[in-house]
Design a protein around this ligand. Sequence first.
Ligand SMILES: [Zn+2]
Length: 267
Amino acid sequence: MKTFLCCVFIPAFLALLAGCYTNPVTGRQYAVLVPVETERALGEQSFSEVKRTEKVSTNPILNARVNTVGRRIAAAIGTDIPTAQWEFVVFESKELNAFALPGGKVGVYSGLLDLAESDSELAIVMGHEIGHVVARHGGKRMTEGIATAAVGLVGAEVIDRKYGQNERDTFLLAYGGISTLGFVLPHSRNDESEADQMGLYYAAKAGYDPRAAITFWQRMTAAKTGPKLPAILSSHPSDEQRIANLKVMVPNFIPLYEQAAKAREAQ
Ligand SMILES: [Zn+2]
């Protein structure tokens, strides 16, 4: 126990104190233990892996569309991702999805491009995904994983000494359940709405209409098939909830959009 405290828990706690990140858009503060450089390296490694295993589209129209929207979003992001080496890749797949990784690596599936009718809708999705990267949500989740595991282990150690192996196992089982439902998932639901807010901000700043978020999510909801997870088990807010939240958020970003659109026209 002593060794565990000295070698794992105390350094982790000190690093938590040292590694506080302030989100440049929302001002929210949270611990990110993972260094930016490590996040970037992991992002680049995963992106190479995806490019190796999935079909990269050579369609010039789709690539031009994603690159145009991506470059405008990247310009709006500026130094919010200081280490970005931007790369926008289209993957051939019916999947209604897009993703962004640390280091400025962005993938969009052709299925999503069919669904997103306007470039504003595409900008909303790309802005959301890149928002997760600016917010360093991946590093934050890894940090939460480390903290959750550390607290769980200390608790198990204490119970093991006081009680016995059976109680220890029961505790770990219960703790696993509690930490998943009560701690990890609600945090990631907050991360999702934070990324929605950031997506609206970056899209508006790049001159894309933030109202497209509502039409896009309405169409996405209609297009999705398959069983839905009950809201309590899902890391994403339910679609209805998300659309309701977006309707509240969108008007705040209209002035920024109008200003950016006017500046683009004057160019
Ligand atoms: Zn998300």
